[in-house]
Design a protein around this ligand. Sequence first.
Ligand SMILES: [Zn+2]
Length: 114
Amino acid sequence: MHEFSITNSILSILGKIADDRKLKRIKKIRLILNPMGGIEKESLKFYFKFLTKDNPLFKDCRLVFKKDILRAVCTDCGAEFEISLKRPGNCKSCNSRNIKIIPADDIRILSIDV
Ligand SMILES: [Zn+2]
């Protein structure tokens, strides 16, 4: 049921954005999933469909997931940058290997298309 409440809170955030900007429809939602978090994107999609089926704001809306993006900080030079969990690599600014992953939310809204 974890994903159910997450979907609910995403929908209430988007509902508020739509209210503020007087949007009639949201066509696409891009989300970033934390690869270290435990969110199942298939159940998120399922609940999204279920919760929005009678809501014209989300008619035919597509969910797009970006995964495997984390922010990291270099403990030598302090630079912050995005890394891939599979290939974290070295610091993008000083090439040090001492990088630390910055804790992130399990899910974030990256952008929407209206
Ligand atoms: Zn560095």
